[in-house]
Design a protein around this ligand. Structure first.
Ligand code: SF4
Length: 406
C-alpha cells in the first residue's frame, strides 16, 4: 500500500513502468503497484509550523519534528536533510523520499552605493521577481513580492504595467526572506540583520492570501525568522473583504496604498477604488485598528507632480485620516520609462508634509533608496510572462502618446 502523505506539489520520476503489455496483462497486482508508486514530494518551505506538524504526523512521526526541522531550515539555514544531524537515519531517509527543500534561484544580485541590495530570483515558468533590502541606521527592511506581476493595474505603478502571471507559492514568498537572510548573513554576518519585512513588492498580497499568510506566519514564528508581528507589514491597494479576513486570521501590521484623498482621483490611480471606495476602505481600516490597543494603519501616498500634491489635497487628507489611528508615508514618485507621471518638486513635498503635520497627522517622507540599481519603490520589475496582455496594451498606449506629442 502506498500512503498519500500530503497534497503533491510535484512528483519524483522514480516510477518503474511495466516491462511489456503482455507481462502487465498477466500480473494485475504488479500493475496496481506501478500505478500507485508515484510518491508525492512536498516542498517543506510551503508549510508553516502547523502544516509541518501535520506533515510529520502523516509520516508517522511525532509533531515536535516540525520544530526540529524548522530550526535547521530557518536558524541554521541548512537545506540538506543529510546535514540535519539530530535526525535519525530512518527519518532522513523518509524525508529524502517524501520531501524536498526547494528555493528560488538567484539570477542576479546587486548592491547600491547606499547599501541597498536587490536580488532577482528565478521562478518556475521562466518568470522572475525582485526582492530588495534597505539598510538604515536602526533597522533593515526587506521588501518582498507576493505575485508575478499584478492584476490591479494601478496607473502609476511599474509592476502594474507588466500584467499578471500567477501567485507566488508560500515557498517562493518565504524563500525571498531566506535568500536575503542567507546572503546578508554570509557577507555581513551580524551587521545587517533583517529587522522588518514589508509585503510591498510585486503584486497584491491579499489576492494571494492562502500562500502569503502562512509565509508571514513563518516570518514571525520563533522557529522561523522570529520577527515581532508589528515588524511584518502587509500592504494592500484596499481589498476591503480581505482586510477583514486578515484581521480575523493574522496578526501583522497593515499598510494601505491610498494615493488620493477623493474617490474620483483614487479611481484613476487605483482602479480597485471603483469596487471598494474610500468610505468602505476607511471603515475596514477602523475595524483593523480596533483589533488591539496602539494599532496604527500606515497609509502610503505617492506624490505625483500636479496630480495629488496640492495643498487642498493635503487638507482633504487630514480630514480623511483623522478618523483612523494612522501614520502617513509620503513617497516621492519614481518615474519609469513610458509613465506619464512625474515626481513632485522637493518644495511641494515639504509643503504637503507641513500641512498634514500641522493638521495633526504623523507624516514621514520616504527617502529614495537604491536609485542606481532601480530598487526604489514602484520599480520592482523582474520578468513577467504576461498572461493579461497588459504589457502589449501599455506599449501601444506609450506609442500612441509618443505619436501625439509633436
Ligand atoms: S501599486 Fe500594488 S496593487 Fe497597484 S498595480 Fe502596483 S503592485 Fe499592483
Amino acid at each position: 500500500m502506498v500512503r498519500t502523505l500530503w497534497i503533491p506539489q510535484r512528483t519524483r520520476s522514480r516510477i518503474s513502468f511495466p516491462r511489456s503489455k503482455s507481462t502487465l496483462a498477466l500480473d494485475v497486482r504488479q500493475d496496481i503497484t506501478v500505478t500507485t508508486a508515484i510518491q508525492p514530494v512536498t516542498n517543506l518551505f510551503d508549510l508553516d509550523r502547523a502544516g509541518l506538524e501535520a506533515f510529520f504526523i502523516g509520516l508517522g512521526e511525532k509533531k515536535f519534528r516540525a520544530q526540529q526541522v524548522m530550526k535547521w531550515m530557518y536558524h541554521q539555514q541548512v537545506i540538506d536533510f543529510e546535514q540535519m544531524t539530530d535526525l535519525g537515519k530512518s527519518l532522513r531517509d523518509k524525508l529524502n523520499t517524501h520531501a524536498e527543500l526547494r528555493l528560488p534561484k538567484i539570477l542576479h544580485e546587486q548592491q547600491s552605493s547606499d547599501g541597498t541590495c536587490k536580488w532577482v530570483l528565478e521562478l518556475e515558468g521562466g518568470n522572475a521577481v525582485e526582492t530588495v533590502f534597505i539598510p538604515e541606521a536602526n533597522r533593515g527592511t526587506l521588501c518582498v513580492s507576493s505575485q508575478i506581476g499584478c492584476g490591479l493595474n494601478c496607473s502609476f505603478c511599474s509592476t502594474g504595467t507588466q500584467g499578471f502571471n500567477r501567485d507566488l507559492t508560500t515557498a517562493e514568498v518565504i524563500g525571498q526572506v531566506w535568500i536575503a537572510a542567507n546572503s546578508l548573513g554570509s557577507k555581513h554576518r551580524g551587521a545587517r540583520r533583517i529587522t522588518n519585512v514589508v509585503m510591498m513588492g510585486m503584486g497584491e498580497p491579499l489576492l494571494n492570501f492562502d500562500n502569503v499568510v502562512p509565509a508571514m506566519s513563518l516570518m514571525r514564528d520563533d522557529y522561523g525568522f522570529g520577527l515581532a508581528s508589528r515588524r511584518v507589514t502587509l500592504s494592500t491597494a484596499g481589498l476591503v473583504p480581505m482586510i477583514d479576513r486578515l484581521n480575523a486570521e493574522s496578526d501583522v501590521a497593515l499598510a494601505v496604498s491610498l494615493h488620493a484623498p477623493d474617490d474620483e482621483l483614487r479611481t484613476q490611480l487605483v482602479p480597485l477604488n471603483k469596487k471598494y471606495p474610500i468610505a468602505e476602505l476607511m471603515a475596514a481600516c477602523q475595524r483593523y485598528a480596533a483589533r488591539k490597543a496602539k494599532t496604527q494603519i500606515t497609509f502610503e501616498y505617492t506624490l505625483m507632480k500636479g496630480i495629488n500634491d496640492k495643498p487642498e489635497q493635503a487638507r482633504a487628507l487630514v480630514k480623511l485620516l483623522r478618523r483612523v489611528p494612522s501614520k502617513l508615508n509620503l513617497i516621492p514618485f519614481n518615474p519609469f520609462p513610458g509613465t506619464k507621471y512625474e515626481r513632485s518638486e522637493p518644495m511641494v513635498i515639504a509643503t504637503f508634509q507641513k500641512i498634514v503635520m500641522d493638521g495633526g497627522l504623523i507624516a514621514t517622507v520616504r527617502r529614495t533608496r537604491g536609485d542606481d540599481i532601480d530598487a526604489a519603490c514602484g520599480q520592482l520589475v523582474g520578468k513577467v510572462m504576461d498572461r493579461t496582455r497588459r504589457q502589449a496594451d501599455f506599449r501601444r498606449r506609450i506609442e500612441a502618446e509618443v505619436h501625439v506629442i509633436p
